[in-house]
Ligand binder design. Structure first.
Ligand code: UD1
Length: 430
């Protein structure tokens, strides 16, 4: 298994290109199941999760082609991919594929909407607490599907197609909202989603669906109205920039000090996180080319932050923020409200000398002056990158083991950081 070796203590200076958002790319790829036409996605990141989903979609009959690389293209530039589901050849998503990536469960809605049935394995995925799919199944029932759970599979049927309905989410759910949007787009009649997730990736999916011919109003607000259509067509859509990658590198700069342009980033997609990063003492400014992050001298200031659904501070940046404030000039508090058990990075951060105490869903972090490099282990996608942030500022050498977690969500991480002066290398196994 690959490892990443980092020698800390270097400031970051330069430019980091921001990739297309993983969390938009996945539902957009899945939307290709809704049409016989070709869906062309630009700015798709090169990530293990994207390749894994391509394999899952191929199993259903999606023809997946990557547009030829032009000379001069760098491998941090997004790729253009054509997805064509002319015929759905299989409506079953088996355990061995779905268990590797939770979001692949989202194939359920488009398969039922188009084919009247689907059998999808209940997911595994990130080890961050129990992550049920009850609300996704509730949304499918509200759209008229019959649901059975059998042998570890969710079986959904709607022989005469899905029907528009009222969907009231008792809790904000991104996956539930994606499911409802895709199902309702091809349902008979009108659907209203109440308490919808407002994440930018929801808006990106809705915009792509509208290019495909869907009738959607209100994406990005709490109430989304969808008037179902009989069929959708192919379309061309560019994936929006990754706000989690943006926030991660912004925190890395806030940690080491320096001056980095996050090229292509959009501050409006993560304003709450940038506000917190500014409270720690860094500056984040939107320019024509992206977001410029600087921190010159001065201590890192402590913060008090609670994760919330968008537009609040994202749970996917919680671990990275914790790494940053391990070196703050005082005590920080970070409360996690979205996922239980999303503090696995705490014990790994302690290996650098961080002082963190847990009190229920709150972590209390006493800033220390110095971190020291150590061998550490990646546990989930966002937790792993928090270890990278700690390592960049730690004295001496760190090796991060199990970096396949990083490869799921961060494109060319060691190249991007290396180009800005970090001492970082991948050590390939075997
Ligand atoms: C998505 C993101 C993930 C992010 C999360 C919250 C993708 C591929 N993943 O995950 O990176 O951390 O949003 O912003 O986009 N819940 C239920 N029942 C359900 C579904 C969810 O109780 O049927 C709960 C979850 O356990 C969690 C909360 O709702 O407590 C929010 O989860 P949700 O927004 O659905 O997360 P995902 O869509 O899985």
């Amino acid at each position: 298994m690959d490892r990443i070796r980092i020698v800390g203590g270097h400031r970051l200076n330069g430019t980091i290109p921001i990739s297309g958002a993983k969390n938009a790319a996945l539902p957009l790829m899945i939307a290709s199941l809704l049409t016989e036409g070709t869906l062309t996605l630009e700015n798709l990141p090169r990530l293990a999760d994207v390749s894994q989903l391509a394999r899952i979609l191929a199993n259903h009959g999606v023809d997946y082609t990557i547009e030829g690389k032009r000379s001069g293209d760098s491998d941090t530039q997004g790729q253009t991919v054509h997805l064509a589901a002319r015929q759905i050849v299989d409506t079953t998503a088996p355990y061995d594929l779905v268990s590797k990536m939770r979001a692949s469960f989202w194939v359920l809605a488009p398969l039922v909407a188009r084919m009247g049935e689907a059998k999808v394995s209940l997911p595994g995925g990130c080890a961050i607490g129990t992550r049920p799919v009850d609300l996704l199944l509730m949304a499918m029932k509200d759209l008229g599907a019959e649901i059975e759970i059998e042998g570890g599979y969710a079986i959904a049927r709607a022989k005469n197609g899905l029907k528009g309905g009222d969907i009231n989410f008792p809790k904000v759910t991104v996956g539930g909202t994606h499911t409802a949007l895709m199902g309702a787009s091809l349902a008979h009649g009108t659907t209203v989603i109440h308490n919808a997730a407002r994440e930018p990736e929801i808006v990106d999916l809705a915009e792509c669906l509208m290019k495909m011919g869907a009738k959607i109003k209100g994406a990005g607000t709490k109430t989304i109205e969808i008037e179902g259509v009989a069929r959708l067509n192919g379309a061309r859509h560019a994936v929006l920039p990754d706000r989690i990658e943006t926030g991660t590198y912004a925190m890395a700069v806030a940690m080491t000090g320096g001056d980095v342009l996050l090229q292509g980033a959009r501050a409006d997609l993560l304003q709450a996180a940038l506000d917190v990063i500014e409270q720690t003492g860094a500056k984040c400014v939107q320019t024509n080319d992206g977001v410029r992050v600087t921190r010159n001298g001065g201590p890192i200031q402590p913060v008090d932050v609670t994760t919330e659904p968008y537009p609040g501070f994202p749970t996917d940046l919680q671990a990275q923020l914790m790494a940053l404030v391990t070196r703050a000039n005082g005590t920080s508090r970070i409360t996690e409200t979205i996922f239980e058990n999303r503090f696995m990075h705490v014990s790994e951060l302690a290996r650098f000398g961080a002082q963190i105490r847990l009190d229920g869903d709150t972590a209390i972090i006493e800033g220390v002056e110095k971190l020291k490099g150590a061998p550490v282990m990646a546990t989930d996608l966002r937790a792993s990158v928090s270890l990278v942030i700690a390592a960049l500022a730690a004295e001496g050498e760190t090796t991060v083991n199990r970096v396949y977690h990083l490869d799921r969500g961060f494109e060319a991480l060691e190249k991007k950081l290396g180009a800005c002066g970090a001492e970082v290398e991948r050590i390939s196994a075997g």
